[in-house]
Design a protein around this ligand. Structure first.
Ligand SMILES: Cc1ncc(C[n+]2csc(CCOP(=O)(O)OP(=O)(O)O)c2C)c(N)n1
Ligand SMILES: [Mg+2]
Length: 437
């Protein structure tokens, strides 16, 4: 099986399994966005089959790699991957209920760790801001607990729209500045959005924006299995965050729509599926995955399961086990109530009427010493927001005492970044922003 998994031709067939499952679900629902799953099928297949560390039998394994589908409209890409790799919550029946009320396969992905959905995505750009938070969380936890317990990567699928949103630029700047080398973006560079060709609305060199922000950037053919694999290897080897610009054809395989605006979510008909089956020589009927391919997909989880088992053994004998498990379970440490009571007594005795953000900073400062998992990020950490206090900074080179990251004037991104830290179970993010009324 391992040898099979290494053959590019086998991975191409596995990519087609994503395509047909997605089209079958979209036809069954009557609507959906086929552009992303059809255009990013090869990218996703290479990632899952050869690089991703994951264990569908244990979806919340703390040291798993994180995957964020920032272009959340392409949700069938994620559901197809979760079903094919064996996540129990994304059964075939769940896929058949795609876009129905209450389905785990909602129109856009909704946070559900047990189903393998790391975060809610749909508003373009927010997913990559979550991914930035997850990468910060990983670096923070790795510095607290060491690489034996924390050593994973964060991967995000990213559309043109994510990179047109202002929040996207904040993400690019901050991730490059912080040197988050375990963060990798796959940009679905299909030159099309829901509104037509990207050159209608953007004329800058997007890859260059990443380069000048200190990212490792590669530009490849997003349907070439070998090129995708080589790019992922290079991304892992480079100490900077990586952006792989994957030139793709939106809705690849639906001849009537591919490469065009209608590829994004134009209505599909059974005749489109028939034509795609003829094109790719797909033998199976609706919602049917040929047994050999299904087995290959499930086998992609084997390395992750083995890595998880080894990790569990390391955790079992680690002197940091209790503290790690406490942090993961979000149980507050001893002493936090006393710290709050002492603060209240001090505040009452002083008799000063504080402005509210000052009080917030005082309370945070009272907790910092007893709650090591508090991570503060703030648009302005000096006097006006009052949250810097005794924390030292999280920087590109110093993650050791790293509980405060400066995010000066990146307010749009702040809440989503904090959400990513929370979703990654790193601890308690504490954010403080200037909001627009
Ligand atoms: C913040 C935000 N604005 C608008 C939308 C609506 N929307 C969904 S997909 C889309 C186009 C996205 O284009 P792209 O990322 O290139 O996706 P593709 O067409 O390549 O699948 C838009 C505008 C949204 N989901 N979120
Ligand atoms: Mg696009």
């Amino acid at each position: 099986m391992a040898a099979d998994l290494n053959a590019d031709a086998d991975l191409e067939a596995m990519a087609h399994a994503i395509r047909f499952l997605s089209v079958d679900a979209i036809l069954n629902a009557g609507e959906g966005h086929q552009g992303v799953p059809l255009g990013m099928a090869e990218i996703a297949t290479v990632l899952y089959a050869r690089h991703l560390r994951f264990d569908p039998k244990d979806p919340t394994w703390p040291d798993r790699d994180r995957v964020v589908l920032s272009n959340g409209h392409g949700s069938m890409l994620l559901y197809a991957l979760l079903h094919l790799t064996g996540y129990g919550h994304i059964s075939l029946d769940a896929v058949k209920s795609f876009r129905e009320l209450g389905s785990p396969c909602a129109g856009h992905p909704e946070f559900d760790l047990h189903a393998g959905i790391e975060t809610t995505t749909g508003p373009l750009g927010q997913g990559i801001a979550n991914a930035l938070g997850m990468a910060i969380a990983e670096a923070h936890l790795a510095s607290r607990f060491g690489a034996d317990l924390v050593d994973h990567r964060t991967w995000a699928f990213v559309g043109d729209g994510c990179l047109q949103e202002g929040v996207g630029q904040e993400v690019i700047q901050l991730a490059g500045h912080l040197g988050l080398g375990k963060l990798t973006f796959f940009w679905d560079d299909n030159a099309i959005t829901d509104d037509g060709a990207t050159d209608l609305s953007i004329s800058e060199n997007v890859a260059e924006r990443f380069r000048v922000a200190n990212w490792h950037v590669q530009e490849i053919d997003g349907h070439d299995i070998g090129a995708i694999d080589a790019a992922i290897h290079a991304a892992k080897a480079d100490p900077r965050p990586s952006m792989i610009a994957c030139r793709t054809v939106i809705a690849r395989g639906i001849a009537r729509l591919e490469g065009q605006r209608g590829g994004h979510s134009g209505k599909l008909y059974p005749s489109d599926r028939e034509a795609m089956a003829a094109l790719f020589g797909w033998p199976a009927g609706s919602f049917d995955i040929p047994a050999g391919l299904a087995a290959r997909w499930r086998a992609t989880a084997e390395p992750g399961a083995a890595a998880n088992a080894a990790w569990r053994q390391r955790l079992a004998t680690s002197p940091q086990r209790d503290e790690f498990e406490r942090t993961q379970a979000r149980v507050m440490p001893e002493g936090w109530r006393e710290a709050i009571r002492a603060y209240k007594a001090r505040a009452a005795a002083s008799g000063d009427a504080q402005f509210s953000i000052g009080t917030s900073g005082d309370i945070a400062a009272a907790l910092y010493d007893v709650v090591p998992e508090m991570i503060t990020g703030c648009a302005d950490l000096e006097a006006p927001t009052n949250h810097k206090r005794q924390l030292s900074a999280f920087t590109a080179t110093d993650r050791v005492e790293d509980r405060r990251h400066r995010a000066l004037d990146r307010c749009d991104n702040d809440a989503a970044r904090m959400g990513g830290i929370l979703a990654a179970s790193a601890g308690w993010p504490d954010g403080c922003i200037w909001a627009r009324a």
